[in-house]
Design a protein around this ligand. Structure first.
Ligand code: NDP
Length: 294
């Protein structure tokens, strides 16, 4: 019987943990959940049949999953659980963390006989609910294979390299998301200023070579509607773009576009608010141009 523990029932963690609970019901396992604000864990147990657990109980699980804002909060939980962890446990960190944190976290857990994989996810809250998240994993092949059957929330699971590589790929993916979003926003604001309807422009762009997930999904569903539903916080996107920039600097590379996008996304989070949806970054582009994208 496999016992999983999911720590961090936020916008992503709650639906991901629901898939683990469903799997546990099918296989006779146990799915524990823990959240800093305990009411969320109790609500999860009621809604999904998971078991709201104390942190000490979660420490005994075969697999521990985390999905927290940054690697700093994961460090905090490693510190809180360290003394109680069991050798053989596999810790799968689905946070969009920092590549420099991963080897340190892995080393700290290895001292307890616990394995660690950086396994951030992509696909948003919709992908988490559907159980189709893309998982990019850093760590030894045999440990990735040990984790794979338990990733009930996943679509594609790709081992991208050694420890830290998962976090690195995730940061670059989200820097590209930020770049596509920002560039599409500038292009559309320019067109609106020229008297073109943004919806008509998107219809063409999405049947042409300038399209991206930003033009096909995010802007039509969130910006044109003026809904900006807060499913992925702008502050978290700014964090990811900043991690990508750290990676550029650590590798002594040159990526001026990514640097620009990291700065712009951080500025948007400051001005618009870090808790706003990431697409609300385009409100800053709109302010720069004195128009609404519509
Ligand atoms: P949320 O803000 O919705 O949830 C954050 C979770 O972390 C909550 O459960 C919160 O608990 C918990 N938490 C915060 N601080 C601490 C702490 N100090 N100690 C313990 N628990 C803490 O974030 P998301 O679910 O959106 O994001 C989680 C991770 O997933 C981030 O790294 C993000 O970048 C990434 N991600 C997000 C996506 C999205 O679409 N939202 C998509 C892909 C990746 P509490 O309930 O008490 O506040």
């Amino acid at each position: 019987m496999t016992t999983t523990a999911f720590l961090g029932l936020g916008a992503m963690g709650a639906p991901m943990a629901a898939h683990l609970a469903r799997r546990a019901h099918e296989t006779g396992g146990r799915a524990l959940v823990w959240n800093r604000t305990p009411g969320r864990a109790e609500a999860h147990a009621t809604a999904h049949g998971s078991h709201a657990a104390a942190l000490e109980e979660a420490a005994g699980a075969d697999l521990i999953f985390t999905c927290l804002p940054t690697s700093a909060e994961v460090d905090g939980l490693i510190g809180a659980l360290e003394a109680r962890l069991r050798p053989g446990t596999l810790w799968v960190d689905c946070t969009s963390g920092h590549p420099e944190a991963a080897p340190r976290q892995r080393g700290r857990l290895a001292a307890r006989g616990v394995r660690f994989l950086d396994a951030p996810v992509s696909g948003g809250t919709g992908g988490a609910e559907a159980g189709t998240l893309t998982v990019m994993v850093g760590g030894p092949q045999d440990e990735v294979e040990a984790a794979r059957p338990h990733l009930a929330f996943a679509g594609p699971v790709v081992r991208v390299g050694d420890t830290g590589a998962g976090f690195a790929v995730k940061a670059v993916n989200n820097a590209l998301l930020a770049a596509n979003l920002w560039a599409a926003g500038e292009g559309l604001a320019t067109l609106v200023r020229a008297g073109v309807d943004a919806g008509a422009a998107l219809e063409v762009i999405n049947a042409s070579s300038g399209r991206s997930n930003a033009t096909q999904t995010l802007i039509p569903q969130r910006v044109l509607t003026r809904e900006f539903p807060a499913t992925f916080a702008l502050g978290l996107l700014a964090k990811d773009a900043g991690i990508a920039l750290d990676l550029v600097q650590a590798g002594k590379g040159s990526a001026p576009v990514l640097a620009q996008v990291a700065g712009l996304t951080r500025a948007a989070a400051q001005v618009v608010g870090p808790e706003q949806d990431h697409t609300a970054a385009l409100k800053l582009v709109e302010a720069f141009n004195g128009v609404e994208i519509k």
